[in-house]
Design a protein around this ligand. Sequence first.
Ligand code: GLC
Length: 452
Amino acid sequence: MSIGSRIPRREWLLATGASLAAAALPIVTFGTSPKPPSDNNDTTSDADRVRRMQWWHEAKFGMFIHWGLYSVVGRHEWVMENEGIPVAEYEQLAKKFKPNPFPAREWAKLAKSAGQKYMVMTTKHHEGFCHFATKHTNYCSPQQGPGRDLVREFVDAARAEGLRVGFYHSLMDWHHPDGARCATDEAARKRFVEYIHGQIRELLTQYGKIDVLWYDVAWPLTAEGWESERMNKMVFELQPDIIVNNRNLLPGDFSTPEQEIVKDPHGRAWESCMTLNDSWGFHRADDSWKSSKQVIRNLIECASQGGNYLLNIGPHADGSIPDECVRIFHEVGQWTQRNADTIYASDVCQVSRSNYASFTRKNSTLFMHVYFWPGETVTLAGLQTKVKSARFHATGEDIAFIQDRFRVRFTNLPADAPDTPVTTLAIECETEPTQDTLMVRKERPRRGVSIG
Ligand code: GLC
């Protein structure tokens, strides 16, 4: 496709330059990565946080794995509580839990093929069952049905695929005798806090370098009750490069919006975690699968706003991954392979308004990800910089365009979307692209009340 229809520089300047300057509307610009918090009471410095988090900001996309005794039941990871199952009855599942050999290899391969860069596995969910070798309880994989250390397998599998390793660990515990009474009984609190701290110590000493510690649900204690500052201090002493989330009720290194994509209002680093259907743990009857297009749109949206996307799988009790989930991840992977450099290590992108596209940015290149293909012309309003050239990102084929002050139109495009499920246009701009559609509304020339 020819690029002959680009507007000559002089014409564009005449059409835009003077009035852009005159309009002087505030255009919000963003830095390349979210500013770390400076007002928290945790134990590491801002500079150290920037160092520890660099890989994570570039990674953008991770796999969450929820796997436990609830996977044997197949009715969501909250089944124990939401069906009121007595501890003595639920515990019996530990003997029935008999995974296939080394299922984590399949997870890690799938994560890699989908374009994910790190994996976070439940080492203990609220049910209390531990997947690792612990001296604090025999309610753990090595001493029950599996007869082996499943966290070890997970760590080895992730490393074999070159993926970073994260541990999810639930503070709330429905099984431990002190798990509820710790709120009102000081001796129970002390025992329970030592239990959880002790397990975290095991997790961070038995498996080499761990990249992420993902705490969850602090009920029924406060940060003080959990001795969370002492907890984080121990974590950083054991693993100086690790990053931790905010769910032990301290700010930690990143925030954890759940099932929604919202950037942190204070500019902190954030990771949106999301299920692929409506359950984290395997739920036999949950058929509410997201499409691969929706997953890709979510990933783009997170990257665009400077966040990460942690997408969950809930393996069967034997460790195999539900077919539907494998299919969706493969489709996502086909797209991320072609579009990797529009996502990884991308910069926060201010351009956001379109009815059929979302955007990412690297320096002055704007990536327009068109998910509802409009046909021969794709149009973007209010772009505040001159477009130098445009091409299809996947093929490198040039795209013709016409730009004036209010819009840029990419023309002579195919009637049907050239890529699936999202077609990405790479738009080379003269400076960092920003968008101002309010300027379009206010300043577009208007005519008489009636049409002429
Ligand atoms: C919630 C749920 C839990 C899930 C987690 C993932 O805290 O209790 O089941 O593990 O979110 O973010």
